[in-house]
Ligand binder design. Structure first.
Ligand SMILES: NC(=O)c1ccc[n+]([C@@H]2O[C@H](COP(=O)([O-])OP(=O)(O)OC[C@H]3O[C@@H](n4cnc5c(N)ncnc54)[C@H](O)[C@@H]3O)[C@@H](O)[C@H]2O)c1
Length: 333
């Protein structure tokens, strides 16, 4: 099988490629613009595999995509390239509209032309996995959980740009029959995440003896998913997801941000007892604009229809993430 992965130098895309190269015979074409968020070192030894082909390309470049599709003839596309940080979308939304909305439409257009020209058997087998987020559903009041077909109420520019891209992917399926499968993943964590995101940022700050800034009261609740579990779900969806369907990918493991930050401090106390207690670095800062209170999904469809279950429990996953992130951040200095 030949897979085209967009955003394969990013946090989740690189995990998809590492797993694919390690566990299958597939060939992977990795299309990534290498923005500030992209780093090919995340691929480790998979990056040097003869089955990994890197193409430095912006998904807004239609001619470039056309040439890549023509040269590599993929059997499936996994679309992860995106601007992904909510705070940046509040500071400067234009890049989010450009990559997440315009870029997705350019990619869909090119893939549609490629798919329409395939032989019937190859066309039937082809899949376009559109990777989205739980943030499109907006803030969900407890005890409710968003199911796979929940209506959209995106509140940040990031969430709105992802919601727009979901609608485009749906339209390319409904209008032309492009076999699109959509995933909605929850807050993802693990080693190799960019330092701007909550968990690596808190680790870096506390390890440097600097304040660990928590938005507002820290009561905002997120559902945490380990990056290896997320990558496994995406690989399952590209193999067995039903075209036209959306699948939530969540663990049900809800935690308030303040509890996650306290837990990071506790793990650091164990790993670096001389600097304990790290919780003394936790400080409250002005809340994020429009900060969603709670994300929570019902992920029954992927569990019951496809048999996916997360393997990594949060407590173990977080401990390992803190340990590896400290090592990675030390290496980068
Ligand atoms: N991280 C999460 O918690 C999470 C949760 C659910 C869904 N998602 C979604 O998963 C996908 C991957 O997220 P991530 O956390 O790995 O993001 P990331 O920011 O770590 O990686 C994004 C990658 O896309 C590349 N990229 C950005 N703009 C591009 C463009 N115009 N053309 C080509 N490449 C471009 C970057 O260079 C980078 O390698 C995104 O679509 C995101 O919305 C993320």
């Amino acid at each position: 099988m030949r897979l085209l992965v967009t955003g394969g130098a990013g946090f989740i895309g690189s995990a998809v490629i590492r797993q694919t190269i390690a566990e299958t015979d597939h060939v992977v074409v990795n299309v990534d613009a290498l923005t500030y968020a992209g780093d090919l070192r995340r691929l480790g030894s998979a990056g040097a595999s003869p089955r990994h082909h890197f193409v430095h390309l912006d998904i807004c470049d239609g001619l470039g995509l056309h040439a890549v599709l023509d040269a590599h003839r993929p059997d499936a596309v996994m679309h992860l390239a995106a601007e992904s940080h909510v705070d940046r979308s509040i500071a400067a939304p234009a890049a989010f509209i450009q990559t997440n909305v315009v870029g997705t439409s350019v990619l869909l257009d090119q893939v549609l032309g490629y798919w329409q020209a395939l032989a019937p058997v190859a066309r039937d087998r082809f899949r376009f996995l559109h990777v989205s987020t739980d943030e499109v559903y907006g803030s969900i009041d407890p005890p409710a959980r968003a199911n796979d077909d929940c209506s959209y109420q995106p509140n940040s520019p990031y969430a709105a740009s992802k919601a727009a891209s979901d609608h485009l992917a749906r339209a390319w399926h409904r209008t032309w029959g492009l076999p699109v499968v959509t995933s909605h993943g929850s807050n993802t964590y693990g080693p190799h995440q960019h330092v701007e995101k909550l968990i690596p940022r808190m680790i870096a700050r506390a390890a440097a003896g600097q304040p660990m800034p928590v938005y507002g009261s820290g009561e905002n609740v997120r559902e945490w998913l380990h990056v290896e579990d997320h990558a496994r779900a995406l690989r399952l969806l590209v193999d067995r997801g039903v075209p036209g369907r959306s699948y939530n990918v969540g663990t049900g493991d809800e935690r308030a941000n303040i509890d996650v930050v306290r837990q990071i401090a506790a793990v650091l106390d164990e790993l670096r007892p001389a600097a304990a207690p790290h919780a003394r670095f936790i400080t409250s800062v002005a809340d994020r604009l429009g900060h969603d209170r709670r994300y929570a999904m019902d992920a029954d469809r992927i569990r019951t229809e496809l048999g996916w279950t997360p393997n990594v429990a949060f407590n173990e996953g977080l401990r390992e993430t803190v340990r590896l992130t400290l090592a990675q951040q030390a290496e980068a200095r």
